[in-house]
Design a binder for this molecule. Sequence first.
Ligand code: PDD
Length: 304
Amino acid sequence: MAEVGNGVHGPGTVYLNGEFVPYSEAKVPAEDRGYLFGDGIYEVVRFYAGQPFGWEEHMDRWERSAAGIRLELPWRREDLLQIARELQRRNGLESAPLADFYLQATRGAAPRSHAFPAGVRPSLFALLREGQAHPEAERQEGVAVITVPDERWGRCDLKTLNLLPNVLAKQRAKDAGAYEALLVRSGGYVSEGSSSNVFAIIHGAVVTPPLQNILPGITRLTVLNIARRLRLPVYERPLTVGEILRAESAFLTGTTTEILPIRTLDGEAVGEGRRSPVLDQLQKEFAQVTGAGGGDTLCRTERI
Ligand code: PDD
């Protein structure tokens, strides 16, 4: 891992537009549309012990995001997996317990003008970085979250680079000493976190907001599938801040977040002050299907 400034350690080698280059040499033109307009898409895929979790699901979403912003992708998903494999090899991460693959495509570089440029090849950037597991205390006890208004646009189902409202929400959480900001719409309905989905356990049922202008999280899908397999009642329905506060427990989900309990919401304790057995079950099963729990590795390749 090379020092890249500000004490941040970057991966040794990254992929940029057809080449594997040292991190410090990866340069994009100043008029790249990702930089000027946030005109692009991204994905984050976690590799457990060298294997991608939910690769096909992430690629399905990647392709939906591209179609949603009318970006024609010149790469097949096999090409992208090949890039990830090469980054694993070049960075010595083939069997790292956790590694996070960041993939980004923009509409390319062209003189600044809002409408799409003609005949410009999209640019592609990929990076594989060692992943960090959340501290055990956080995975057990949970994290603090705050609520902020959801001020985003109408296509939050697309994983685009336009993350300014998410960035501002996360910073408000950080300023408040919290881990995440839950985004709240009119009527007090929670949509999702700034970089996570949200769940509550209510009377033993697993409840999460429906796919209405939120990111269809791959971890969200995994948790719903686990819950159904465990024959737990599952509801995808609108969820209020008040319901989360009164729930048996509540938690966040995400590729790098995994399943993280919510301890407090705007400073108030969530749940009944003890861990819900349903949450225990979900975390245990999640570790099994991802392979993080040293479980049956065959499960990892099963379609989720
Ligand atoms: N964020 N909702 C939002 C707004 C997100 O940004 C994310 C993920 C999720 C969870 O989706 P998934 O389970 O597929 O990771 C929900 C990624 C990890 C990020 O921006 O870094």
